[in-house]
Design a binder for this molecule. Sequence first.
Ligand SMILES: NC(=O)c1ccc[n+]([C@@H]2O[C@H](COP(=O)([O-])OP(=O)(O)OC[C@H]3O[C@@H](n4cnc5c(N)ncnc54)[C@H](O)[C@@H]3O)[C@@H](O)[C@H]2O)c1
Length: 255
Amino acid sequence: MNVAANVEGKHILITGGGSGIGAASARILSARGAIVGIADVNEDNAITLSEEIIAAGGKAYAISVDVTEPTQVKAMFDSALSHNEKIDVIINNAGIDHFPAPLTEVDDAMFMKNIQVNLAGVWYCMKNALKHMTATGGGHIINIASVAGLRSAPMISAYSASKHGVIGLTKSAAVEYARANIRINAVCPSFVDTPMVQGVLSKLDERGQKGLIAANPMKRLGKPDEIANAIAWLCSDESSFMTGQSVVLDGGMLA
Ligand SMILES: NC(=O)c1ccc[n+]([C@@H]2O[C@H](COP(=O)([O-])OP(=O)(O)OC[C@H]3O[C@@H](n4cnc5c(N)ncnc54)[C@H](O)[C@@H]3O)[C@@H](O)[C@H]2O)c1
């Protein structure tokens, strides 16, 4: 008996799917029978991962997209729909961070970049997804936010502002579209061992590294699969009564 969350046959589009949490999700979802679209600004990573999944017997394809460009986001949807006529789930996962610093030392361009990728990118993807899902009778939008979207996140103010915005979009749109059979939920990890966090760790001194890793009661980084497994459950129909919520995966940080 297969007891894992069932996503067999679902068509799932993942932005930022070429690395970290998105790539772990693509591997787990495809291993469980989903068709995964791996959309990323890093086209090489997206292609390499889709080839890996296909070689393992799964169904995947790659799309090059910059989620900050509305025309590219529209083209990403057109391309995804050329592979399968319906998108069941989109995982809005593409994101960037910025190096920890007091607010006055984060330059304006970095603030705008975090808002553009992490918030406006989700906005453009949600707009397209909602139009498509309204027309096709339903679907599920999963926005990858962060614990930094739920509480204070000192030294990463621009990132935190963008992720609070994602939670706001998630909750408001979930209520707007509940009767259209479209669910919208968020996932809020704390620090997870991905290239994004390794990039920050590599620039911190030993004390800073230890502090980041010990930021939760489990005193360790999350693993990408620990986030992807929760995402897989959300993608399944087992989460069918859930909308407008944030799934927190944080080693106990917010407890
Ligand atoms: N790693 C963590 O600790 C952590 C914690 C909380 C939330 N998150 C969130 O999880 C998501 C995934 O992060 P990750 O840790 O796997 O990082 P990652 O850097 O490994 O992956 C992010 C992916 O997004 C892609 N991307 C960046 N800008 C893009 C753009 N403009 N258009 C399309 N793709 C773009 C990158 O190429 C990359 O493949 C992000 O939204 C991040 O904010 C991560």
